[in-house]
Design a protein around this ligand. Sequence first.
Ligand code: ATP
Ligand code: MG
Length: 421
Amino acid sequence: MSKQIQAIRGMNDCLPQDTPAWQYVEQILRNTVASYGYSEIRFPIVEMTELFKRSIGEVTDIVEKEMYTFNDRNGDSLTLRPEGTACCVRAGNEHGLLYNQEQRLWYTGPMFRHERPQKGRYRQFHQFGLEAFGMASADIDAEVIILSARLWQQLGLTPYVKLELNSLGSSASRAAYREALVSYLEQHKALLDEDSLRRMYSNPLRVLDSKNPALADVLAAAPQLADYLDEESKAHFTRLQQLLSRAGIAFSLNPRLVRGLDYYNKTVFEWVTTELGAQGTVCAGGRYDGLVEQLGGKATPAVGFALGLERLVLLLQSLNLLPQLAATADIYLMALGDAAELAALTVAEQLRSALPGKRIMTHCGGGNLKKQLKRADKSGAAIGLILGEDELARGEITLKWLRDDKPQQTLLITDVAAVLA
Ligand code: ATP
Ligand code: MG
């Protein structure tokens, strides 16, 4: 036998037993964003490498070590998208969707990052994200967060996720803070790890985002961005907190929340859970007023978030919050004998036309009644229809209840739809 080829590490198949959970979650996400007036946008999985370098930032985990980058046959450097925001802005600029307009857009699909695979962290993973363009005031930040809270409510997750908030201020206020932070880090060099030392000058805010527990104390005592915020950012942040409080959304302020991508300003937020171990961030986002211009468009304010679908599904599974697996069929049609087999597919088509929405599975491959009933059982269908040669000749069919203790009935084929509707 030849050797089996395996999937790539960190890239998972989603098997038929798991797709109903994904469809359930995706359906709730789609319906919820639609109820806020969002439209779907789709963009390619591969983009020019430059797009991610320019937007996410050169000195970030993603660009430094996580991107799947390769040369196209003509020598262009291409990258499998590690996230959606940069792609959405690229598409928006390219098609003139952003300047002087308000847009509420959502997207979903696979993202690629070369990370160490573990529970909740994969190399191909899926995000659902949304972006609101053209609105600068804190009400849209609040609406985006309220929308995410509604998602948790729809999924039954409200008790298990917590909202953390921070403001990164303007680029000017960040520059002042950066100076203070660098001089603090210089004084505590001996306590820093290799990554932090490297980033101390190139991207000092990212040092705060370190996941190394050994740095917790030194980082907790570092100067805080909140003390350096400019007046406008402060007012924006205060207004956001007022709006969230009015909407009854609890949050905690986390001064060390800086997010792993460079394009954010003002509001940043994360929804975190303690139910998934180390991979606790389910949804993350913020404002990125500079990105559209940075990618060649006209200055356009924007705010958005992305959530990790694997983490969401894992969370729902671990909390037993997924609805029971649906059966694959409602009605299973069996046929006994050559004439019945010849008619079965056509009878099934008539039933599908007469019973829209019902899932009708036709037995294929022959076999005796026992074998066919076994397959009917496996399909999960509640109703079995058995077409025999004699019955067919009389225009009749047998209806058998597969899950209930009810007597079987003989019906005219032409009456079946009315009985089962
Ligand atoms: P983390 O801190 O967990 O590495 P991140 O800050 O890199 O997350 P974002 O780029 O903000 O993540 O992506 C948004 C969401 O996408 C995350 O909150 C998470 O739910 C999900 N996500 C990110 N990377 C992965 C991954 N490698 N595998 C699975 N889900 C991921
Ligand atoms: Mg990451």
